[in-house]
Structures are given as C-alpha cells and as structure tokens.
Write a protein that binds this ligand. Structure first.
Ligand code: TXA
Ligand code: MG
Length: 540
C-alpha cells in the first residue's frame, strides 16, 4: 500500500505541476484530469512505468493504451506516415475528445500498443492535462484511471475510490466536462473506421473525411473469433456491481415495465424527465434530448447505482443511434448486452394438441424455464365450481344427473359430454365463454405483475378462439396408440372411454396445420431438443 494524495492543480500552478511531473520523470504513474475521463499516466517511453499502469488497473495486457500529447508537433514523434486526413482531423478537433489510430513510430514500446503496429494518439482539451504533459517533456500513455471493468472515472474521487493505495498522486482538475471517453477513429486502413463512439460524432467525422465505416462491435456483442480492430471492444466494461439490464421501448413502456417489478430488488437508471413516474428507487442520467448531458452524467450515475444496493438496475436507453451512439455503446456494455424490449415484452404462447399428446410435459418444461402457465383444465374446474349460472346452464343441457349433492359431478358430465363430437361441442358452447373470460383476466393479471411469457395450456385453444390472441402456437403430437395408453393410465379410463375422448376431438391435421412449433412427443424424440428454438425465441 502506498499513500494516495489528491492535489488540486490549475494549469498555471507551475510549482505543483513541476512536482507532479517529477513523479513521471522518476518512473512513476500519476492520475490526471482530462475533459473526457480521468487517465492514469506514465511516460510512453518508460516500459517499467507503463507496466505499473496495467498492474494498478488490473488491465488485460492485450488492451492497448492511448498516447496523450501536449502539442500537435508531438504527433510526429510517436506516429509515422501521417496521412493528410489525420492532419485535417488534428486541425478541426485537436485538442479535443478525439483519438486517432496511426502507424506507430519505432520509439513506442510494444507494451503501449499491446504489440500492434499502430498507435492511438490524443491531445486533451483540458488545460491542466496539456500543461502537465509539457512539464513531463514526453507524451504520456494513459488509459482511463479506473479498475479495469468498472465505470470510467469522471472525478478525482472516483479515481480515489478505485485506486487508493495503488498510485501516489491524483491531480484534481474538477469534474470532467465531456464525461465519456474520446471518439476513436482508425486511419490505418482504407476507409476511416470508427472504433469507439464519443462526443465527436460520426456525422462530424463524415463531414470532415467523407465516408467512414462503423465497427459492428460498437452496438453488438463481439464474438472473440471475429476480426476486431480495437481489442478494447472485447473486454467487459463499465459494469457496476449491480446487474444492469438495458430496456428498449418508449418512456411509457419503460415505466410500466419497471413499475411492474417494484416488489423485487430492482432500481432504475432513467432520464430526468421520466423519474417522477417511477415507483422504484432510481438514479438519473441527464435529459432525454440533450446527449451531452447524458454523456456527462453516465459514468457517475453508473457508480451511484451500487449505493442503492439492489440486485437489478433497469436502464432506459437513448432514443437515437446517431448523437446517442456513445451513451448507447457504454450502456449496452454496462449491461453486458442483456437487453429487454419493453414494448413487446409480454408474449402469449398457446399450447394445444390432442389429449394424451404430451401437453403437460411441454408446459412443465416451459414453467421450469420461467414462463407463467395458465392451465385451462384448472380454469375450467374453477369456473365450474364457482359459477352457479354455468351449473344451471349445464344441467339444462345435459340433465340433472350431472349434479350430485348440489355440486357438479365431473365424471358424470364427462361421460355424457365426451361420448361424441356433437355432445362435446354442446359442452364447449356453454363453457368456453366463461373459461375464456377467466383466461383473459388471468393474462392481464400476469402482464401487470410483469410476467414476460404466459403459456395458455388448452385442449380447445383453437375451438375457443383463444388462439387468436396468442403470439405463438405450439402443438404437441403423439401417435394414436401412445395417446390411448397415456390417457387410460392418467385418468383411469376404460379403453372405450379413452377412445371416445380421442374421437371427440378434431383430427391431427386440424392441430398440426395451426402450429408455429410442432413438438413430436414420443420415443425416441427429445422434447428438450425440439423446444430449443422456441425457448430461444422466448428469451427463456
Ligand atoms: O478519453 C479517453 O480516450 C481516455 C482519456 C484518459 O484520454 N482514455 C481512454 O483510454 O479511454 P482507455 O485505455 O480506457 O481506452 C483506450 C482504447 C482501447 O480500449 C482501444 O479500444 C483503443 O483505445 N486503442 C488504443 N490503442 C489502440 C491501437 N493501437 N489500435 C486500436 N485501438 C486502440
Ligand atoms: Mg477504459
């Protein structure tokens, strides 16, 4: 452990700057303010000092560092074959929140660029940073001054929270005015390529350079086998300890989705304008249409989330992929690409098939994976025992023998109603409206409670027209002999009774033709295997 000092230094505090620069000159590291985020700096030419940066941050060795210069002429000291396009960018955006990737000079040790042939160059706008570099007399290699993986630091206190005891000095230059790391653009290939979005936007760069390409890993999870020009894109980033889940959708969708989960250990990261609608603890991060305010607040807010001590934080996303790209990129990474679409987050699955076809097995698996199940047999039983009007209607249709001691005799009703198709239809005509009504009210209850997937398990899904409100229809199927055997065992029926029940249903093709997913539930097929595509679609 070493003692970590925090020292407020202005760009014209010559004495203090000189003192701090001595640490660098003696092979040490110093945390410095910049307009984007705080950096942890060492002399770019001192391999040992640069190693101290990796060690203090716990940074993977394959992630290269940005080299910070104090004046434009230093660019030619660290980069070679500098193209005209780079000079254009230097003129327009430097000093400022932009980093340019160029072919590296041989003077730069491999550890700085993680073995790459190119070097990242940036000239900060922050005056203290630039003055400090001048006092050091050399360009400074500096990544963000956080523990690797945690949100980047936008104040001296953030650096202290992460690196106390590991570095000798933090230069306090106030809160960062930009708040997200610099835009990174590579000029070493053909078309200039955006590797990291920042406050300087794609549109600004296009205006200066013409066409630029955007690295796909900015908004999508990079597969480590894919070619990724910027190794930083592969690493875990910006994550607080609380699990962050990014939520897509309108403000109303977001609020509804989050409030539905208020009984759980959750909090939210939300724009100023929508915070008052929330019924869970929250942290705000800027205003909806003011992207710079979001950038400024984001990392501080990501750090504050942990103070709420919740299991999950739902994060509202910026509603624009242009100016909002930098924030979107950081939030998706903070969420490790856990994204939920709040506007179609409630999916209704209808599960049907002929009796004995294995519906309950499928329903049990879906339930285990987290779906909410509405079992229509159960609903029917509830409705039949609770609804006296229904009982009256049924005895009118099937006679008084279905009532014993004032309550429904289910067996008696079954033997009458399932004896032929026509009787089954008469039963359905009476019961379906009652069952349907109850199913609909259960669905809205589940939706309000925040369920994501509801499965309606119903033999008569299609006949009752409940199928019309389902997003997906799953049909289970098994050969006739197999079904006969199953329902005899399950319901203790004679062969004749079982046969009658099967024949009272529509034939196989009727179900199969309606299926979005057909599950063949008989030996030797694996139900789990067959359910995989469905589970993937449901996000379960
Ligand atoms: O705003 C910023 O850029 C801040 C402040 C301190 O200047 N610095 C910063 O550094 O964000 P860092 O190390 O956290 O991010 C550097 C990223 C790397 O993850 C990598 O994506 C890219 O810049 N990078 C650095 N050198 C590179 C190279 N030679 N080729 C490609 N990408 C490089
Ligand atoms: Mg970083």
């Amino acid at each position: 452990m070493i003692e970590t000092k925090i020292l407020k230094i202005n760009h014209n505090d010559a004495e203090k700057l000189k003192e701090a620069a001595d640490i660098i000159k003696n092979g040490g590291v110093v945390a410095i303010p910049t307009e984007t985020v705080y950096g942890l700096a060492a002399s770019v030419y001192d391999e040992n000092a640069v190693k101290k940066i990796f060690k203090a941050k716990g940074r993977p060795q394959d992630n290269p560092l940005i080299v910070h210069i104090g004046e434009p002429s230093q660019l030619y000291e660290i980069a070679v074959n500098v193209p005209a396009s780079a000079e254009k960018l230097v003129q327009q955006f430097m000093p400022g929140p932009l980093t340019i990737i160029l072919p590296k000079s041989e003077r730069i040790p491999d550890i700085v660029t993680a073995g790459l042939k190119n070097v990242a160059v940036r000239m900060p706008l922050h005056k203290t940073a630039r003055e400090f570099i001048k006092y050091c007399g050399v360009p400074l290699a500096a990544p963000s001054a956080n523990i690797s993986g945690s949100p980047s630091p936008t104040s001296a206190q953030h650096v202290y929270d992460d690196l106390n005891g590991k570095i000798p000095l933090i230069i306090d230059g106030g809160e960062c005015t930009v708040g997200v790391e610099s835009t990174v653009i590579s000029l070493v290939g053909g078309i200039p390529e955006l590797l990291r979005p920042g406050a300087i936007t794609v549109e600004q760069l296009e205006e200066a350079l013409g066409e630029i390409s955007v690295n796909p890993a900015i908004l999508e999870e990079a597969n480590s086998n894919e070619r990724v020009n910027s190794p930083g894109l592969l690493h875990k980033h910006y994550s607080p300890k609380t699990k962050v889940i990014a939520v897509k959708g309108s403000a109303e969708d977001f609020v509804r989705y989050v409030n539905a989960r208020k009984d759980k250990s959750v909090c939210a990261l939300v724009f100023e304008e929508d915070k008052d609608l929330l019924e869970v603890p929250f942290i705000t991060y800027g205003k909806k249409d003011d992207y710079h305010s979001q950038e400024r607040a984001l990392f501080k807010s990501l750090r504050q989330i942990d103070y709420l001590k919740k299991d999950i934080c739902y994060a509202q996303l910026p509603n624009d992929e242009k100016e909002g790209l930098a924030v979107l990129n950081r939030l998706l990474r903070a969420a490790q690409f856990s994204i939920i679409n709040a506007n179609n987050s409630f999916i209704i699955v209808g599960l049907t098939g002929k009796t004995g076809g294995g519906k309950s097995t499928v329903s049990r698996i879906l339930e285990e994976k987290g779906a909410a199940i509405i079992d229509c047999d159960k609903v029917a039983r509830e409705v039949l025992s609770e609804d006296n009007n229904l009982l009256g209607e049924l005895s009118k249709e099937f006679g008084n023998s279905i009532i014993k001691d004032g309550v429904l005799d289910r067996k008696a009703l079954a033997s009458l109603a399932f004896k032929d198709k026509e009787s089954t239809e008469r039963l359905n005509l009476i019961t379906h409206p009652h069952i349907t009504k109850s199913v609909y009210s259960k669905l809205s209850e589940l939706k309000n409670k925040g369920a994501r997937v509801a499965v309606i398990d119903a033999a008569a899904l299609i006949e009752s027209k409940i199928s019309e409100i389902c997003d997906i229809i799953v049909v289970t199927h098994a050969p006739y002999e197999e079904r006969l055997k199953r329902i005899r065992e399950r319901d203790g029926l004679t062969e004749k009774e079982a046969l009658l029940r099967i024949c009272a249903q529509k034939d196989d093709d009727f179900y199969i033709s309606k299926a979005d997913y057909l599950i063949n539930n008989f030996y030797p097929n694996s139900i789990e295997e067959q359910l995989k595509p469905l589970l993937k679609r449901l996000g379960l």
